[in-house]
Ligand binder design. Structure first.
Ligand code: ATP
Ligand code: MN
Length: 153
């Protein structure tokens, strides 16, 4: 039924909470897994106000640093999940919810599995903003795994 799964992740603990459920989906006939990390272009420039003892403002592009860090995390995930699925790792730049929806449609996945929260993990929020937008706009089923979810198979 759910042959091809899309797992968008920011590599946070909340996103990792989805992993046991992703593995379980094998029992529903899942065979392929796309792991997607979006390097948020809105966070890839920093403004440093002090350099060489002077104070001035300049934009500094850290997207290469972010991508390198993401590659390390992605490799770990790929190693772990390749034991269960044919894994396609994807790291792309953009606005996370938009890229998640675009990839889901382009790759014709059967469902999206993601965490309810991510890196920010604000206690009062019912859902993180990325999850909320993906659930709102997605044309395919979404499985949202809550933080602190007690896993039972
Ligand atoms: P917010 O970002 O709104 O402050 P948050 O960080 O707690 O809140 P989200 O960013 O919505 O929550 O994260 C929820 C889920 O969305 C994550 O568990 C992950 O599955 C997915 N996600 C978040 N950011 C990204 C990203 N940059 N790339 C891929 N997936 C992401
Ligand atoms: Mn977030």
């Amino acid at each position: 039924m759910f042959t091809k799964i899309l797992y968008p992740t920011d590599f946070s603990e909340c996103a990792n909470a989805a992993i046991p459920y992703i593995k379980l989906m094998k029992k529903t006939g899942a065979r392929e897994l796309i792991i997607l990390h979006v390097v948020d272009i809105r966070h890839s420039t920093i403004i440093d106000t002090t350099a060489f003892g002077e104070t001035f403002v300049y934009p500094y592009d850290i997207s290469d640093i972010l991508k390198k860090e993401a590659e390390k995390q992605m490799n770990n995930l790929k190693k772990q999940l390749s034991k269960v699925y044919k894994v396609t790792p994807l790291i792309i730049e953009g606005i996370p919810f938009k890229e998640i929806i675009t990839i889901a449609e382009q790759k014709k996945v059967s469902c999206i599995i993601m965490g309810s929260h991510g890196k920010s993990n604000i206690e009062e929020m019912l859902l993180g903003s990325v999850t909320e937008k993906v659930v709102r706009k997605s044309t395919m089923p979404c499985l949202v795994v809550k933080r602190h979810q007690r896993f039972s198979s």
